[in-house]
Design a binder for this molecule. Structure first.
Ligand code: GAL
Length: 415
């Protein structure tokens, strides 16, 4: 055999081997974006697979809003030494206070440098994903928690407008009940009750008061917090009685079909209304800042990290690169209802709801969400659900605030 021929054969064999190895590439991405919540993630996966055609994404989801079920499964896997290659977590204390302090995550600082991310993510977002001067996860979006959703045609029919304070909300609630609307407010399972609680607190205490609660400057037992719980109790009286059996999507459905007038939910509801239900923002559904929170943007960000011991590390790093890229963020977010975490996003790709959120994101006072991981550690978040459950049943503000303070002390909030 001629030498050149032999060399060619060897090269072909080597290439075939590489292609085979690459074809077997895979990466497991873990999140709670299943079913109705899936389209944005699926679009991102499609983009990844187009960029890396030899890698198959294993889209591992555990359904359940706000990650209530997924977080429990993740914990078992992390502690059992079988982490997914990359997983969804909220930017902030949820990831930092759990998996970063436990030394289970890789430091992503060099990736932030090489991708230029330290320049394209805003300071508020960078500080949420950093500790000790290092970055620990890549944010794919910014969601807003304090939004009130309604059905514009139904409000018109009932002759009411969207209330701008909680006092006004209660008056509107009485008016609507008088018109035969049994549940002016629709709520879902436990975490959505906490979500409503968060909006009532920010609307009652103001953005500074809310921040003081998490820095430890204001105690849960402060009379202002007790009074805010009283308001929350009255707001709950406007809600449906079958809340515990409803997912957040089912609660949103009751706005779309005109059963209830208002729902307080994060702007993944906008993604659901537009992407899943094909409703038009402004006519199919309306929105305003939840009562008392105009000018404040309660934010959270979904972020993906790289656990130590990830089996498909190189593919996972590429996943992070795609979701942190401008193209990745502008593929994912228009479907999700969130806005890009990056500052250079192409806003013309977004609908009018998201454009209004982007404007508020730039001009409002930014504070973090508790329910969605930004301001409190998992130890507080996971136990707070029981405090709210108790309160929903008893409406005892003194008992609830005392229990919340005990929990805050135990979780070292503000210490
Ligand atoms: C949030 C999450 C959102 C959305 C929502 C409902 O915690 O950040 O992206 O998935 O839960 O499940």
């Amino acid at each position: 055999m001629k030498r050149s021929h032999k060399k060619a054969l060897l090269i072909t064999a080597a290439l075939a081997f590489t292609a085979q190895a690459a074809a077997a590439g895979k990466v497991e991405i873990f999140s709670w974006w299943a079913g109705d919540e899936g389209p944005a993630l699926e679009a991102l996966i499609k983009l990844y697979e187009a960029k890396y055609p030899n890698v198959k994404v294993d889209n591992a989801t555990v359904s359940g809003g706000a990650g209530t079920n997924a977080k429990a499964v993740l914990k078992t896997r992390m502690l059992g030494g079988t982490p997914p290659d990359s997983f969804q977590a909220h930017a902030g204390q949820e990831l930092i206070g759990t998996w970063v302090v436990a030394d289970r995550m890789e430091d992503l600082s060099s990736l932030f440098k090489s991708e230029g991310w330290d320049k394209v993510f805003p300071k508020d977002v960078l500080s949420l994903i950093s500790t000790g001067g290092k970055e620990w996860s890549v944010p794919v979006n910014v969601h807003r928690s304090n939004v009130m959703w309604y059905n514009p045609a139904k409000l018109k029919e009932w002759g009411v407008s969207a209330p701008t304070t909680w006092a006004q909300f209660l008056t509107t609630c009485t008016t609507l009940k008088g018109k035969g609307v049994a549940a002016p407010l629709v709520m879902g399972e436990n975490w959505t009750e906490q979500h409503l609680w968060e909006s009532v607190m920010v609307g009652s205490l103001g953005s500074a008061g809310w921040q003081n609660l998490w820095s430890g400057k204001m105690k849960f037992t402060d009379p202002k917090v007790v009074a805010a719980f009283d308001t929350y109790g009255k707001v709950l009286d406007c809600a449906n009685k079958d809340a515990s059996g409803l997912s957040w999507q089912q609660a949103s459905d009751r706005i779309a079909d005109g059963t209830s007038a208002f729902n307080i939910m994060g702007d993944w509801a906008a993604g659901y209304f537009t992407t899943t239900k094909k409703l038009k923002p402004g006519t199919g559904f309306g929105w305003s800042a939840s009562p008392g929170t105009n000018g404040t943007f309660v934010m959270l960000a979904d972020s993906f990290g790289l656990p130590k011991g990830a089996k498909d590390r190189a593919e996972a790093v590429n996943w992070l690169k795609v979701l942190g890229s401008k193209q990745g963020q502008d593929t994912f977010n228009p479907l999700k209802g969130s806005i890009a975490a990056r500052t250079d996003s192409d806003i013309s790709k977004y609908n009018v709801y998201s454009q209004s959120a982007a404007k508020d994101w730039r001009s409002n006072k930014i504070v973090g969400s508790m329910v969605h991981g930004a301001v409190a550690p998992e130890s507080f978040m996971s136990a707070f659900g029981a405090v709210i459950d108790q309160f929903v049943a008893s409406k005892d503000s003194a008992a609830a605030t005392a229990a919340a303070q005990e929990l805050a002390t135990r979780s070292k909030i503000g210490q």
